[in-house]
Design a protein around this ligand. Sequence first.
Ligand code: GLN
Length: 489
Amino acid sequence: MTGPFETICSLAKELDAGRISSRELVEDAIARTETLNPDLNAVIAMNKPGALAAADQADKARADGANSPLLGVPLLHKDIFCTRGVRTSCASKMLTDFVPPYDATVVKKLHDAGMVSFGKCNMDEFAMGSSNETSFFGAVKNPWDLNRVPGGSSGGSAAAVAAGLAPLATGTDTGGSIRQPAALCGITGLKPTYGRVSRYGMIAFASSMDQAGPMARTAEDCALVLNAMAGHDPLDSTCADISVPDYSAGLEQSIEGLRVGIPKEFFSSHLNDGVAATVSAAIKELEAAGAVIVDVSLPSTDLGVSTYYVIAPAEASANLSRYDGVRYGYRCDSPSDLQDLYLRSRTEGFGEEVKRRILIGTFTLSAASYDQYFMKAQQVRRLIAEEYQSVLKDVDVIVGPSAPNTAFVLNDGSKSITDMYMEDLFTIGANLAGLPAISVPAGLVDGLPVGMQLIGSRFGEAQLLNIAHQFQIRTDWHSLTPDLEDLTG
Ligand code: GLN
């Protein structure tokens, strides 16, 4: 049975021992999704026949002697990944009719590893948001409290894993969209180093920061999945041609003597008190496991949000210029001329937040503002990256909160747009610097999950996963699940 506690590792054992078939697992996952999704709105497309056929194939392969740990395990993909023959909307009206003729590399790699995709997860429109409220298909609900947001933009993926619809969902992270929802939903989410995972077939938001990663219950599961997701792809020129280590191999290593840097700027006035106390207690666990705690400083932390919100919209405005109502995507009814076609297709097809970003981006890229905004932001980006690099010369890993708050209430009228942008205060640095980072469940505040973030050196995923796993051996925050009994009946 799939259920709230199942990890990929535990399911793989059941499959291997023949106590369950992939067909049964996938049927269960679909049934649980059909029961819970009307309340959660985490899944926006299903592919039942394709999934059942793939499950049967996995069962046959296993019977024929294949035994990869991912073989026959169900998953969901964020709806930003192109899936051949299955609608890929990026949660935008613009792409509600888009059925890609090809699979994203991430989709293909996980399929080749034997995983069975049975649907697509809701998200913020074009991955722009921190609450999953900007989706054309409506907000996702946090399984820990249905009146609260799951975080964003990979909120559907986080909610789906937290609610036990699947043991894995893919996510993407441009400014925090894997780590912040993972934190708010009490799961583990890894954003790899920029270039570790192919972006081919992943609908582009801000190409210099977008990166795909696994969202699962544990670091151990994330390691298994990263083994299959990572690696060079000739179809993405920014994908690093660096060999992929076995991320599962080093998980059991001791973290005795490891140097853990705690940036004082991460424990600033922006941080909720309960979250601060919870993350501090989690850091004590690392210390108890033998890690050496070192105070460090990332003085430009406060500049991260404004830098990101110049660069990301600039890149987005360029990436989104392809949706012109001509080649594919939404087209308005009976345009009077070409100008009207462009104008109305884009006005009607994009939501408010996406339009805001396009406006900001075209403004900062315009000749009159380019030097003042875009160039300046690039310079500050370099400064921030250098600060991280210099701290990481002295410590093995940087640790702090993943997000400043626990899950906030849906439609919170008191939250301004900039308040929302501040949700990414602690995650954005890793994107600007291209570094890997992971969020692990670290406790609860008033019944809501808190995430601890670990940021590592470039291509240091193995070490992050090792530390996260050692933390998860000593704590059981990752095995807590929301009570959904009222919904399952
Ligand atoms: N919340 C950030 C934004 O709205 C990050 C999004 C992301 O990582 N995709 O841009």
